[in-house]
Design a protein around this ligand. Structure first.
Ligand SMILES: Nc1ncnc2c1ncn2[C@@H]1O[C@H](COP(=O)(O)OP(=O)(O)O)[C@@H](O)[C@H]1O
Ligand SMILES: [Mg+2]
Length: 368
């Protein structure tokens, strides 16, 4: 089997940290591991089977540098595109012996269906959602449309595609005015809270703060989504695909409790604010709320057509549950929410990795 990590998105370093966790924990009696790193320039490289340089150690962010490792080539090898490099070395042919792939990539060019499409073309089974569900899960707009269409509650929002913003900014701002006074402005296709701003709208500043937030989001993705702020507790449910014809399996919810100076679960709170942000596993919730969250998470998983795994993030408000987002490749270090939630159900990290790979091996590529 191969693990693929790093990648071209801004979550490169987080993905490396995940790979370090997997390389350390994966069952070596069951699996021969080929570690494939993707550098920021998109080249695919054969990395040493060593978690140490991939760990987040607080002083530096891990990074895969193309010049330091031999290149690999996919077995169907036409000589075009970024990933197909000249097979100059032994390492180049290494993927020919691989029977299943565990993509550990977050964000665009990894979690968004692009890598999944490539693996489909090579007939290589892989862990997690296919092309459509991965793409839908990446795009916060399309995700909401699919969820709402399946009767899963989502909050109020408006979308500002590049053309709308560049053609008629006033109309876009009018659409935002129909939302609540506090809004979250987000790149439609990003992650790790990159480019997200919480804005308290005010007529006094002529929407200057809102415009600045939209421009910031546009630095990450020309398509922007603006959402009414939801007043609720942030809870998360981990979902595993069912074996065979079985229904998806869900965990008891966990809760993100953001403290300190963070107004929301922003990038810093996620990766550096461990002293002020806590992951409560399980969340302390009334049984009927926890059960409803699990059921809604399974519905969301199916509404997007997810496979393998997903983490469904919800807000528990005074008037009910709302889905915030579905992550088809959730944070997956041993300390992340998804593995912690499964550990709480009795499925430890190494066995969780085995289960994901077995789910992938039991599923064909192609239309299914
Ligand atoms: N509509 C909202 N209301 C309240 N808080 C929100 C809302 N949208 C996002 N947030 C906060 O911002 C964080 C990041 O937003 P999210 O949509 O989960 O983006 P990402 O894909 O980057 O994780 C959430 O974890 C939550 O703390
Ligand atoms: Mg999130």
């Amino acid at each position: 089997m191969a693990i693929i990590f790093g990648g071209r998105s801004s979550e490169h370093a987080i993905s490396c940290a995940t790979a370090a966790g997997v390389l350390t924990a994966i069952d070596r009696d069951r699996f021969d591991v080929v570690p494939i790193g993707i550098a920021r320039d998109g080249s695919w490289l054969l990395l040493p089977d060593d978690p140490a340089p991939l760990r987040l150690d607080g002083t530096r962010l891990p990074e895969i540098v193309a010049a330091e490792h031999p290149a690999v080539v996919l077995p169907f090898g036409a000589e075009r595109g970024r990933v197909i490099v000249a097979p100059a070395t032994e390492a180049a042919r290494v993927l020919e012996g691989v029977d299943v792939v565990l993509p550990l990539l977050h964000g665009p060019f990894g979690e968004d269906g692009t890598l999944q499409g490539l693996l489909e073309l090579t007939d290589l089974p892989y862990v997690g959602s296919g092309v459509l569900a991965s793409a839908a899960g990446m795009d916060k707009h399309v995700m909401k449309v699919l969820l709402a269409g399946a009767g899963v509650p989502v909050g109020p929002y408006t979308v500002i595609p590049r053309t709308s913003w560049e053609r008629d900014r006033a109309a876009a701002l009018d659409a935002v005015a129909a939302l609540s006074d506090v809004v979250f402005v987000k790149p439609a296709r990003a992650g790790s809270s990159m480019g997200i701003t919480r804005v308290v709208r005010s007529a006094d500043d002529g929407d200057a703060a809102l415009v600045a937030a939209i421009e910031e989001a546009r630095r990450h993705d020309p398509k922007v989504i603006v959402e009414s702020a939801i007043d609720g507790r942030e809870i998360e449910v981990a979902v595993l695909g069912g074996r065979g014809l079985d229904a998806p399996r869900t965990t008891a919810p966990g809760e993100i409790v953001v403290g300190g100076d963070h107004a929301f679960y922003d990038f810093e709170a996620k990766y550096t604010g461990t002293d002020t942000t806590s992951l409560e596993v399980p969340a302390s919730l009334a049984t009927h709320v926890a059960d409803a969250a699990r059921e809604m998470a399974a519905q969301a998983f199916e509404a997007l057509g997810c496979e393998g795994l997903a983490r469904v993030d919800l807000f528990a408000t005074g008037t009910g549950l709302v889905v915030n987002e579905v992550n088809t490749m959730p944070g997956f270090t041993p300390f992340s929410m998804f593995p912690s939630l499964w550990a709480n159900e009795g499925l430890a990290y190494p066995e969780l990795i085995t289960e994901l790979i077995e789910l992938a091996l039991e599923r064909p590529t192609g239309l299914r």
